[in-house]
Design a protein around this ligand. Structure first.
Ligand SMILES: *Cc1c(COP(=O)(O)O)cnc(C)c1O
Ligand SMILES: [Zn+2]
Length: 410
Protein backbone atom coordinates (compact mmCIF):
# COMPACT_ATOMS: atom_id res chain seq x y z
CA UNK A 1 0.00 0.00 0.00
CA UNK A 2 2.82 2.40 0.83
CA UNK A 3 4.72 1.33 -2.27
CA UNK A 4 1.67 2.32 -4.26
CA UNK A 5 2.17 5.96 -3.40
CA UNK A 6 5.76 5.72 -4.60
CA UNK A 7 4.60 4.30 -7.88
CA UNK A 8 1.82 6.74 -8.40
CA UNK A 9 3.53 9.98 -9.38
CA UNK A 10 1.92 10.55 -12.72
CA UNK A 11 3.36 7.51 -14.43
CA UNK A 12 2.08 6.26 -17.74
CA UNK A 13 -0.19 3.33 -17.14
CA UNK A 14 1.71 0.10 -16.75
CA UNK A 15 4.90 1.75 -15.50
CA UNK A 16 6.35 0.07 -12.48
CA UNK A 17 9.33 0.34 -10.29
CA UNK A 18 10.72 -3.14 -10.19
CA UNK A 19 8.79 -5.14 -7.64
CA UNK A 20 11.88 -6.37 -5.82
CA UNK A 21 11.61 -5.85 -2.08
CA UNK A 22 15.27 -6.68 -1.60
CA UNK A 23 18.09 -5.21 -3.66
CA UNK A 24 21.45 -6.71 -4.48
CA UNK A 25 23.37 -4.15 -2.37
CA UNK A 26 25.91 -6.28 -0.52
CA UNK A 27 28.43 -4.01 1.20
CA UNK A 28 30.45 -0.79 1.02
CA UNK A 29 33.97 -0.56 -0.38
CA UNK A 30 36.68 1.94 0.60
CA UNK A 31 37.74 3.81 -2.52
CA UNK A 32 41.29 4.12 -1.18
CA UNK A 33 42.14 0.60 0.04
CA UNK A 34 39.22 -1.59 -1.16
CA UNK A 35 38.38 -2.81 2.36
CA UNK A 36 34.76 -3.93 2.85
CA UNK A 37 32.38 -2.21 5.24
CA UNK A 38 28.87 -2.77 6.55
CA UNK A 39 26.04 -1.39 4.39
CA UNK A 40 23.34 -2.16 6.96
CA UNK A 41 24.21 0.77 9.23
CA UNK A 42 24.64 4.49 8.48
CA UNK A 43 28.18 5.30 7.36
CA UNK A 44 30.07 8.43 6.41
CA UNK A 45 33.67 8.24 5.15
CA UNK A 46 35.52 4.92 5.39
CA UNK A 47 36.61 3.98 8.93
CA UNK A 48 39.93 2.68 7.51
CA UNK A 49 41.14 5.62 5.38
CA UNK A 50 38.60 8.45 5.87
CA UNK A 51 37.92 8.38 2.12
CA UNK A 52 34.65 7.93 0.18
CA UNK A 53 32.79 4.62 0.42
CA UNK A 54 31.22 3.06 -2.67
CA UNK A 55 28.18 0.77 -2.47
CA UNK A 56 28.79 -2.66 -4.05
CA UNK A 57 26.11 -4.92 -5.51
CA UNK A 58 25.62 -8.52 -6.47
CA UNK A 59 25.45 -7.56 -10.14
CA UNK A 60 24.76 -11.11 -11.31
CA UNK A 61 21.61 -11.07 -9.17
CA UNK A 62 20.73 -7.57 -10.36
CA UNK A 63 21.11 -8.56 -14.01
CA UNK A 64 18.49 -11.29 -13.68
CA UNK A 65 15.65 -8.79 -13.46
CA UNK A 66 17.33 -5.57 -14.59
CA UNK A 67 17.50 -6.19 -18.33
CA UNK A 68 17.42 -3.84 -21.30
CA UNK A 69 14.03 -5.30 -22.21
CA UNK A 70 12.62 -4.92 -18.68
CA UNK A 71 13.52 -1.23 -18.69
CA UNK A 72 10.97 -0.53 -21.42
CA UNK A 73 8.01 -0.71 -19.05
CA UNK A 74 9.59 1.04 -16.11
CA UNK A 75 9.01 4.37 -14.42
CA UNK A 76 10.48 7.41 -16.22
CA UNK A 77 12.73 8.38 -13.32
CA UNK A 78 16.14 7.27 -12.07
CA UNK A 79 14.34 4.59 -10.03
CA UNK A 80 13.91 2.58 -13.23
CA UNK A 81 17.38 1.21 -12.35
CA UNK A 82 15.98 -0.09 -9.08
CA UNK A 83 18.23 -3.14 -8.64
CA UNK A 84 21.42 -1.07 -8.71
CA UNK A 85 20.10 1.52 -6.27
CA UNK A 86 20.66 0.91 -2.58
CA UNK A 87 17.25 1.24 -0.89
CA UNK A 88 15.91 -2.04 0.51
CA UNK A 89 12.16 -1.39 0.55
CA UNK A 90 10.18 0.46 -2.11
CA UNK A 91 8.30 2.08 0.77
CA UNK A 92 11.44 3.98 1.79
CA UNK A 93 12.01 5.55 -1.63
CA UNK A 94 11.71 9.34 -1.42
CA UNK A 95 10.98 10.59 -4.89
CA UNK A 96 9.84 13.72 -6.68
CA UNK A 97 10.25 12.22 -10.16
CA UNK A 98 14.01 12.85 -10.53
CA UNK A 99 16.09 11.61 -13.43
CA UNK A 100 15.41 10.20 -16.88
CA UNK A 101 15.87 13.73 -18.18
CA UNK A 102 16.03 14.32 -21.93
CA UNK A 103 19.21 13.87 -23.91
CA UNK A 104 18.68 16.58 -26.50
CA UNK A 105 20.41 16.67 -29.90
CA UNK A 106 22.06 20.08 -30.32
CA UNK A 107 22.60 20.31 -34.06
CA UNK A 108 22.75 24.09 -34.29
CA UNK A 109 25.42 24.38 -31.57
CA UNK A 110 27.18 21.36 -33.04
CA UNK A 111 27.43 23.09 -36.42
CA UNK A 112 28.98 26.15 -34.75
CA UNK A 113 31.83 24.09 -33.33
CA UNK A 114 31.91 21.61 -36.20
CA UNK A 115 30.96 18.58 -34.14
CA UNK A 116 28.77 16.20 -36.12
CA UNK A 117 27.04 14.63 -33.14
CA UNK A 118 26.47 16.91 -30.14
CA UNK A 119 24.01 16.24 -27.32
CA UNK A 120 22.99 18.09 -24.18
CA UNK A 121 21.81 16.10 -21.18
CA UNK A 122 19.36 18.59 -19.71
CA UNK A 123 19.45 18.19 -15.96
CA UNK A 124 17.61 21.47 -15.39
CA UNK A 125 14.40 19.48 -15.77
CA UNK A 126 14.93 17.71 -12.45
CA UNK A 127 12.93 18.58 -9.32
CA UNK A 128 14.49 21.72 -7.75
CA UNK A 129 16.07 22.53 -11.12
CA UNK A 130 19.38 20.71 -10.87
CA UNK A 131 20.91 17.25 -10.98
CA UNK A 132 21.50 17.43 -7.21
CA UNK A 133 17.99 15.95 -7.00
CA UNK A 134 19.33 12.55 -8.06
CA UNK A 135 21.86 12.30 -5.27
CA UNK A 136 19.54 13.61 -2.61
CA UNK A 137 16.71 11.28 -3.61
CA UNK A 138 19.05 8.33 -3.01
CA UNK A 139 20.67 9.73 0.15
CA UNK A 140 17.43 10.80 1.82
CA UNK A 141 15.81 7.46 0.96
CA UNK A 142 18.66 5.70 2.75
CA UNK A 143 18.41 8.10 5.68
CA UNK A 144 14.74 7.18 5.92
CA UNK A 145 15.59 3.48 5.75
CA UNK A 146 18.02 3.92 8.64
CA UNK A 147 15.57 5.95 10.69
CA UNK A 148 17.72 9.09 10.74
CA UNK A 149 15.81 12.22 11.69
CA UNK A 150 18.13 15.21 11.18
CA UNK A 151 20.23 15.69 8.08
CA UNK A 152 22.90 18.33 7.62
CA UNK A 153 24.94 19.48 4.64
CA UNK A 154 27.21 22.25 3.45
CA UNK A 155 26.25 23.42 -0.01
CA UNK A 156 27.21 25.82 -2.76
CA UNK A 157 23.46 26.19 -3.37
CA UNK A 158 21.74 23.52 -5.43
CA UNK A 159 22.53 20.63 -3.09
CA UNK A 160 20.87 22.58 -0.28
CA UNK A 161 17.76 23.17 -2.37
CA UNK A 162 17.56 19.49 -3.22
CA UNK A 163 18.17 18.34 0.35
CA UNK A 164 15.51 20.75 1.62
CA UNK A 165 13.03 19.29 -0.85
CA UNK A 166 13.73 15.61 -0.23
CA UNK A 167 13.95 16.01 3.54
CA UNK A 168 10.57 17.76 3.52
CA UNK A 169 9.15 15.03 1.32
CA UNK A 170 10.42 12.42 3.80
CA UNK A 171 9.34 14.33 6.90
CA UNK A 172 12.93 14.79 8.09
CA UNK A 173 14.80 17.89 9.30
CA UNK A 174 17.33 19.57 7.01
CA UNK A 175 20.12 21.76 8.42
CA UNK A 176 21.83 23.62 5.60
CA UNK A 177 25.01 25.70 5.56
CA UNK A 178 25.70 27.95 2.58
CA UNK A 179 28.07 30.81 1.80
CA UNK A 180 26.38 34.22 2.27
CA UNK A 181 26.79 34.99 -1.42
CA UNK A 182 25.01 31.83 -2.61
CA UNK A 183 22.45 32.61 -5.35
CA UNK A 184 19.38 34.02 -3.64
CA UNK A 185 17.04 31.51 -5.26
CA UNK A 186 18.78 28.68 -3.40
CA UNK A 187 18.49 30.39 -0.04
CA UNK A 188 14.81 31.26 -0.53
CA UNK A 189 13.83 27.80 -1.79
CA UNK A 190 15.40 26.15 1.27
CA UNK A 191 13.56 28.40 3.70
CA UNK A 192 10.26 27.95 1.87
CA UNK A 193 10.64 24.18 2.07
CA UNK A 194 11.05 24.36 5.83
CA UNK A 195 14.79 23.82 6.16
CA UNK A 196 17.02 25.37 8.83
CA UNK A 197 19.36 27.66 6.91
CA UNK A 198 22.64 29.12 8.18
CA UNK A 199 24.63 31.49 6.00
CA UNK A 200 28.39 31.42 6.49
CA UNK A 201 30.86 34.16 5.71
CA UNK A 202 33.16 31.88 3.73
CA UNK A 203 33.27 29.05 1.18
CA UNK A 204 31.66 25.61 1.04
CA UNK A 205 34.71 24.20 2.83
CA UNK A 206 34.01 26.56 5.76
CA UNK A 207 30.38 25.42 5.72
CA UNK A 208 31.56 21.81 5.81
CA UNK A 209 33.78 22.55 8.79
CA UNK A 210 30.79 24.04 10.62
CA UNK A 211 28.71 20.90 9.99
CA UNK A 212 31.60 18.72 11.18
CA UNK A 213 32.02 20.83 14.33
CA UNK A 214 28.37 20.70 15.36
CA UNK A 215 27.01 17.40 14.08
CA UNK A 216 27.79 15.24 17.12
CA UNK A 217 26.21 17.56 19.67
CA UNK A 218 23.20 18.32 17.43
CA UNK A 219 22.57 14.71 16.40
CA UNK A 220 22.85 15.52 12.70
CA UNK A 221 23.74 13.01 10.01
CA UNK A 222 26.25 14.55 7.58
CA UNK A 223 25.26 14.14 3.92
CA UNK A 224 28.20 16.13 2.45
CA UNK A 225 29.27 15.19 -1.08
CA UNK A 226 31.07 11.81 -1.04
CA UNK A 227 31.15 11.85 2.77
CA UNK A 228 28.07 9.60 2.78
CA UNK A 229 27.91 6.64 0.41
CA UNK A 230 24.61 7.10 -1.41
CA UNK A 231 24.47 10.48 -3.15
CA UNK A 232 26.89 9.05 -5.70
CA UNK A 233 24.41 6.24 -6.35
CA UNK A 234 21.79 8.71 -7.41
CA UNK A 235 24.30 10.56 -9.58
CA UNK A 236 25.53 7.39 -11.24
CA UNK A 237 22.14 7.01 -12.92
CA UNK A 238 23.41 9.71 -15.32
CA UNK A 239 25.68 7.02 -16.72
CA UNK A 240 22.90 4.45 -17.05
CA UNK A 241 20.69 6.99 -18.78
CA UNK A 242 23.40 8.05 -21.23
CA UNK A 243 23.82 4.44 -22.31
CA UNK A 244 20.12 3.69 -22.50
CA UNK A 245 19.27 6.91 -24.34
CA UNK A 246 22.05 6.34 -26.89
CA UNK A 247 20.87 2.77 -27.46
CA UNK A 248 23.75 1.28 -25.43
CA UNK A 249 26.51 3.07 -27.32
CA UNK A 250 28.38 5.44 -25.03
CA UNK A 251 29.47 8.76 -26.58
CA UNK A 252 33.12 9.31 -27.49
CA UNK A 253 33.41 12.37 -25.26
CA UNK A 254 31.68 13.54 -22.06
CA UNK A 255 32.11 17.12 -20.83
CA UNK A 256 31.11 17.66 -17.23
CA UNK A 257 31.20 20.75 -14.96
CA UNK A 258 33.01 19.56 -11.87
CA UNK A 259 32.76 20.72 -8.27
CA UNK A 260 32.74 17.87 -5.75
CA UNK A 261 32.82 15.45 -8.66
CA UNK A 262 29.98 13.06 -7.76
CA UNK A 263 28.51 13.12 -11.25
CA UNK A 264 31.83 12.35 -12.90
CA UNK A 265 32.79 9.52 -10.56
CA UNK A 266 29.21 8.26 -10.45
CA UNK A 267 29.03 7.91 -14.24
CA UNK A 268 32.29 6.01 -14.27
CA UNK A 269 30.96 3.65 -11.61
CA UNK A 270 27.84 3.10 -13.73
CA UNK A 271 29.95 2.25 -16.78
CA UNK A 272 31.81 -0.40 -14.78
CA UNK A 273 28.58 -1.87 -13.43
CA UNK A 274 27.04 -1.98 -16.90
CA UNK A 275 30.09 -3.72 -18.31
CA UNK A 276 29.96 -6.32 -15.56
CA UNK A 277 26.28 -6.91 -16.33
CA UNK A 278 27.20 -7.44 -19.98
CA UNK A 279 25.39 -4.34 -21.22
CA UNK A 280 28.35 -2.49 -22.73
CA UNK A 281 31.92 -3.30 -23.73
CA UNK A 282 35.22 -2.02 -22.38
CA UNK A 283 35.23 1.22 -24.38
CA UNK A 284 34.73 4.35 -22.29
CA UNK A 285 34.07 7.96 -23.22
CA UNK A 286 36.94 10.37 -22.86
CA UNK A 287 35.93 12.30 -19.76
CA UNK A 288 36.62 16.04 -19.60
CA UNK A 289 36.21 18.02 -16.41
CA UNK A 290 35.34 21.72 -16.64
CA UNK A 291 36.10 24.17 -13.82
CA UNK A 292 36.19 27.94 -13.41
CA UNK A 293 39.47 29.85 -13.79
CA UNK A 294 38.83 31.24 -10.29
CA UNK A 295 38.51 27.75 -8.77
CA UNK A 296 40.34 25.02 -10.67
CA UNK A 297 41.97 22.58 -8.24
CA UNK A 298 41.36 19.55 -10.47
CA UNK A 299 42.56 21.30 -13.63
CA UNK A 300 45.81 22.27 -11.90
CA UNK A 301 46.36 18.82 -10.41
CA UNK A 302 45.65 17.18 -13.76
CA UNK A 303 48.25 19.40 -15.42
CA UNK A 304 50.75 18.82 -12.62
CA UNK A 305 50.28 15.05 -12.77
CA UNK A 306 49.60 14.69 -9.06
CA UNK A 307 47.40 12.05 -7.39
CA UNK A 308 45.57 14.51 -5.14
CA UNK A 309 44.57 18.13 -5.72
CA UNK A 310 45.79 20.99 -3.53
CA UNK A 311 43.14 23.36 -2.22
CA UNK A 312 42.50 26.32 -4.52
CA UNK A 313 43.20 29.36 -2.35
CA UNK A 314 40.84 32.37 -2.60
CA UNK A 315 38.38 30.47 -4.76
CA UNK A 316 35.88 32.63 -6.62
CA UNK A 317 33.41 32.09 -9.45
CA UNK A 318 29.80 32.99 -10.05
CA UNK A 319 29.15 29.39 -11.11
CA UNK A 320 28.43 28.48 -7.49
CA UNK A 321 28.33 24.73 -8.19
CA UNK A 322 31.96 24.92 -9.29
CA UNK A 323 33.13 26.87 -6.24
CA UNK A 324 34.60 23.84 -4.49
CA UNK A 325 38.24 24.56 -3.61
CA UNK A 326 38.92 21.09 -2.18
CA UNK A 327 37.11 17.83 -2.95
CA UNK A 328 37.44 14.59 -0.99
CA UNK A 329 37.02 12.63 -4.23
CA UNK A 330 39.88 14.42 -6.01
CA UNK A 331 42.00 11.29 -6.45
CA UNK A 332 39.08 9.35 -7.94
CA UNK A 333 38.34 12.11 -10.44
CA UNK A 334 41.97 12.52 -11.48
CA UNK A 335 42.34 8.79 -11.98
CA UNK A 336 39.25 8.70 -14.23
CA UNK A 337 40.30 11.70 -16.31
CA UNK A 338 43.69 10.07 -16.97
CA UNK A 339 42.42 6.52 -17.54
CA UNK A 340 39.78 7.72 -19.96
CA UNK A 341 42.18 9.76 -22.10
CA UNK A 342 40.23 12.91 -21.31
CA UNK A 343 41.35 16.07 -19.61
CA UNK A 344 40.55 19.09 -17.48
CA UNK A 345 39.96 22.65 -18.60
CA UNK A 346 39.14 25.96 -16.93
CA UNK A 347 36.73 28.59 -18.28
CA UNK A 348 36.43 32.22 -17.18
CA UNK A 349 33.18 33.56 -15.71
CA UNK A 350 32.90 35.99 -18.64
CA UNK A 351 33.10 33.11 -21.10
CA UNK A 352 30.40 31.22 -19.18
CA UNK A 353 28.03 34.18 -19.29
CA UNK A 354 28.70 34.68 -22.99
CA UNK A 355 28.16 30.96 -23.61
CA UNK A 356 24.85 31.04 -21.71
CA UNK A 357 23.35 33.28 -24.37
CA UNK A 358 24.87 31.28 -27.20
CA UNK A 359 23.40 28.02 -25.90
CA UNK A 360 20.11 29.69 -25.10
CA UNK A 361 19.70 31.36 -28.47
CA UNK A 362 20.79 28.28 -30.42
CA UNK A 363 18.93 25.56 -28.54
CA UNK A 364 16.19 27.09 -26.39
CA UNK A 365 17.70 26.19 -23.02
CA UNK A 366 18.33 28.79 -20.31
CA UNK A 367 21.28 26.94 -18.82
CA UNK A 368 23.09 27.42 -15.51
CA UNK A 369 26.56 28.99 -15.79
CA UNK A 370 27.97 25.53 -15.01
CA UNK A 371 26.19 24.10 -18.07
CA UNK A 372 27.32 27.04 -20.19
CA UNK A 373 30.88 26.38 -19.00
CA UNK A 374 30.73 23.02 -20.78
CA UNK A 375 29.95 24.68 -24.09
CA UNK A 376 32.69 27.27 -23.61
CA UNK A 377 35.05 24.38 -22.84
CA UNK A 378 33.93 22.53 -25.96
CA UNK A 379 34.73 25.60 -28.07
CA UNK A 380 38.20 25.72 -26.54
CA UNK A 381 38.78 21.99 -26.94
CA UNK A 382 37.72 22.13 -30.59
CA UNK A 383 39.98 25.13 -31.14
CA UNK A 384 42.88 23.14 -29.70
CA UNK A 385 41.79 20.10 -31.75
CA UNK A 386 41.57 18.07 -28.54
CA UNK A 387 38.17 16.81 -29.74
CA UNK A 388 37.78 15.68 -33.34
CA UNK A 389 34.89 16.69 -35.55
CA UNK A 390 33.67 13.10 -36.01
CA UNK A 391 33.56 12.32 -32.28
CA UNK A 392 30.15 12.17 -30.59
CA UNK A 393 30.02 14.57 -27.66
CA UNK A 394 27.65 14.92 -24.69
CA UNK A 395 27.75 17.86 -22.33
CA UNK A 396 25.74 18.35 -19.19
CA UNK A 397 23.50 21.25 -18.38
CA UNK A 398 23.50 20.53 -14.66
CA UNK A 399 21.00 23.20 -13.62
CA UNK A 400 18.59 25.92 -14.63
CA UNK A 401 19.70 29.47 -15.36
CA UNK A 402 16.59 30.73 -13.57
CA UNK A 403 18.32 30.22 -10.22
CA UNK A 404 21.25 32.47 -11.19
CA UNK A 405 19.56 35.73 -12.16
CA UNK A 406 22.24 37.71 -10.27
CA UNK A 407 24.76 36.55 -12.89
CA UNK A 408 23.01 38.26 -15.76
CA UNK A 409 22.59 41.95 -16.52
CA UNK A 410 19.20 43.67 -16.29
C1 LIG B 1 26.87 20.87 -7.76
C2 LIG B 1 26.83 21.36 -9.14
C3 LIG B 1 27.86 21.06 -10.05
C4 LIG B 1 29.07 20.23 -9.67
O1 LIG B 1 28.67 18.90 -9.50
P1 LIG B 1 29.58 17.80 -8.80
O2 LIG B 1 28.95 16.51 -9.15
O3 LIG B 1 29.58 18.10 -7.36
O4 LIG B 1 30.94 17.92 -9.38
C5 LIG B 1 27.72 21.49 -11.36
N1 LIG B 1 26.66 22.25 -11.74
C6 LIG B 1 25.66 22.56 -10.90
C7 LIG B 1 24.53 23.40 -11.40
C8 LIG B 1 25.71 22.13 -9.57
O5 LIG B 1 24.72 22.44 -8.74
ZN1 LIG C 1 40.37 2.16 3.35
Amino acid sequence: MIAQSVRGFGLPLGSRLCSAQSVPLTHLVCTACAASHDATVPQNVSPCCSKPLYPAYDLAAAAQTLTKEALRGRVASMWRYREVLPVRLDADIVTLGEGFTPLLPAARLGAKVNVASLWIKDESQNPTGSFKARGMSAAVSMAKQFGLAKLAAPSAGNAAGALAAYAARAGLEAHLFMPVDTPRANIVECREMGAHVTLINGLITDCGAEVARRKASEGWFDVSTLKEPYRVEGKKTLGYELAEQLNWQLPDVVIYPTGGGTGLVGMWKAFDEMERMGWIGAKRPRMFCVQATGCQPIVRAFAAGTTFAAEHVDAHTRASGLRVPKAIGDFIMLDILRKSGGGAIAVSDDDMIRATREVGAAEGLFVAPEGAACYAALQQLRHDNAIRTEESVVFFNTGTGVKYLECFGD
